[in-house]
Design a protein. Structure first.
Length: 422
C-alpha cells in the first residue's frame, strides 16, 4: 500500500563514524519508491504522515561493507545486541519442533499406505458379493417366468367363463327393458289424451276474453274528445284546428326553436357571423367590425399588449438559476444552469515542520467539468493561524493540492477552502 504525503526520518543512535549527520525530511514518491545515501551508523527510523504524529518503524545498523537494500531488509536484520541467549534458545526450540513434525509426517505416510491396502481388500470382497447376488437374481427370474406362463393359462379360462355368464345376463336385461318400454308407451298415450282435452277448454276461454277486450277498447275510443287533436290531412302533412304561435312554444321553461323559427346571435350569446364555403371548407365571417382589443371574458381582457412579450421570453431564457444544491454540516455546493459550480468545506492542515513545504490533497465535493476554477482559503483563529502561509498546487477535476509553509511556530490549523468555476 502506498502512503501519500509522508516522509522518512533517520535519527542517529550510536555513530560509528564521527560527524555522521541526521537524515530527515525525505519524501516518498507517488509510486511508493524512495532512494537515499546514508553513512555507517545506528539509526532510529520514523515515518511522518501529514496530519498524524510520527510513528517509529524500528532501528537499523549500517556498516561500511553493508550491501544496498530496502528499508525492510535493514529493519529485519537483528543487531549484535539483539542476539541474546533467549533468542538462541528460541531458534533451537524451533529446530527441535521442526524435527518432531517431520517424524510425525513419516508416521502419517505409513498409516496412509496401510489404509490403502485395507481399502483394496474391501473392494475385492465387495465385487465377490456382487457376483453372488447377480446369480441369485438370474435364478429367481427363471422361476418367475414359469409361474407367469401358468397364470396366463388360468386367466384365459376364467375370462371365457365370465364371457358366457355376461351373455346370459345381457339376454335377461333386454327382455326386462322391452317390458318396461311397453308400459311407458301406454302411460304416455293416456297423458296425451288428457292434455288435448285441457287445451281445447283453454282455447275457448281465451277467445271469449279477446272479444271482451276488443269491445272495451272500441267504447274507450268513442268517448275521447278529438276536437283539439292534430289532424292528418295528407300522407306527409298534419294540421291543427285553430292557430298556434310557435315563437311562444317552450319546453321545461326553455324556448323551442324550429327551421322557421331560428335563434338570433343575441339569443345564443355569440358574435353574429355568416357562413361561407371556401375550398369545400366552412368559413364563418363576422358581419360587423369587432375590436379584438376590447373583447373580455368575465370582465377581463382576452388580448393584452404583446409588443414586449419576446423580450420577456428572452429574459426568462437567459436567466441563471440553481439546478442542484447540497448542504451537509460545514460542507455545501451549488450547481447552476449555465454549468458554473461553487463548493466549500473545512479541513485541519498539520504544518508540523518549520521551513518545510507540506502538501495536502483535498478531494472536491462535486467533480468539476474542467480545471478552469479558482481556489480561495479562509483562516479560522485556531492554532498558529497567523504564521502559516497557504498556496494552491496542482488542480484536477476531482481534487487539488494545497501547499502550506511556516518559518516558525508549526502546528494544526483549521481552514475553509472554496472552489468556484466550471
Amino acid at each position: 500500500m502506498i502512503i501519500f504525503n509522508s516522509r522518512l526520518y533517520f535519527d542517529i543512535k550510536r555513530p560509528s563514524v564521527i560527524g555522521c549527520p541526521t537524515i530527515g525530511g525525505h519524501f516518498i514518491a507517488d509510486n511508493g519508491s524512495y532512494t537515499m545515501n546514508v553513512l555507517p551508523c545506528d539509526y532510529e527510523v520514523k515515518l511522518i504522515i501529514n496530519g498524524f504524529p510520527p510513528k517509529k518503524l524500528g532501528t537499523i545498523q549500517v556498516f561500511s561493507d553493508s550491501a544496498d537494500g530496502s528499508l525492510n531488509d535493514f529493519l529485519l536484520n537483528p543487531s549484535e545486541s539483539e542476539i541474546t541467549p533467549e533468542i538462541l534458545q528460541q531458534v533451537i526450540d524451533a529446530r527441535n519442533h521442526a524435527n518432531k513434525s517431520a517424524e510425525k509426517a513419516a508416521d502419517s505416510e505409513q498409516n496412509s499406505k496401510t489404509s490403502e491396502t485395507n481399502a483394496k481388500i474391501s473392494e475385492t470382497n465387495a465385487k465377490n458379493i456382487a457376483n453372488s447376488v447377480e446369480n441369485l437374481v438370474a435364478n429367481a427370474s427363471n422361476s418367475a417366468q414359469s409361474a407367469s406362463e401358468s397364470a396366463t393359462i388360468a386367466n384365459n379360462a376364467i375370462a371365457s367363463a365370465k364371457s358366457h355368464s355376461d351373455s346370459a345376463k345381457s339376454y335377461a336385461d333386454s327382455a326386462s327393458s322391452s317390458a318396461t318400454a311397453s308400459h311407458n308407451s301406454a302411460q304416455q298415450s293416456s297423458n296425451s289424451a288428457n292434455s288435448a282435452s285441457s287445451s281445447e277448454r283453454n282455447a275457448k276461454t281465451s277467445e271469449q276474453n279477446a272479444a271482451k277486450s276488443a269491445d272495451d277498447a272500441k267504447n274507450a275510443a268513442l268517448s275521447v274528445d278529438t276536437t283539439n287533436f292534430i289532424q292528418k290531412t295528407g300522407e306527409d302533412n298534419q294540421s291543427i284546428n285553430g292557430s298556434l304561435d310557435v315563437e311562444k312554444l317552450t319546453e321545461q321553461g326553455q324556448r323551442v326553436y324550429s327551421p322557421n323559427n331560428k335563434p338570433t346571435a343575441d339569443d345564443a350569446g355569440s358574435v353574429p357571423a355568416t357562413k361561407e364555403v371556401v375550398n369545400n371548407s366552412p368559413n364563418y365571417v363576422v358581419g360587423a367590425h369587432v375590436d379584438i382589443a376590447k373583447l373580455t371574458v368575465g370582465g377581463k381582457s382576452v388580448i393584452t399588449d404583446v409588443s414586449n412579450l419576446q423580450n420577456q421570453i428572452n429574459q426568462l431564457n437567459n436567466r441563471i438559476y440553481i439546478v442542484e444544491s447540497y448542504v451537509n454540516g460545514n460542507s455545501w455546493y451549488n450547481v447552476y444552469s449555465n454549468g458554473f459550480i461553487e463548493q466549500s468545506s473545512i479541513i485541519s492542515i498539520n504544518t508540523n515542520e518549520v521551513r518545510l513545504v507540506i502538501s495536502t490533497v483535498i478531494n472536491l465535493l462535486k467533480p468539476m467539468h474542467t480545471q478552469n476554477y479558482g481556489v480561495s482559503i479562509d483562516l479560522y483563529s485556531d492554532g498558529p493561524w497567523g504564521w502559516i502561509r497557504f498556496a494552491c498546487g496542482e488542480m484536477y477535476n476531482h481534487n487539488f493540492r494545497l501547499i502550506s509553509y511556516t518559518e516558525a511556530n508549526p502546528g494544526m490549523t483549521l481552514i475553509r477552502w472554496t472552489v468556484r468555476g466550471y
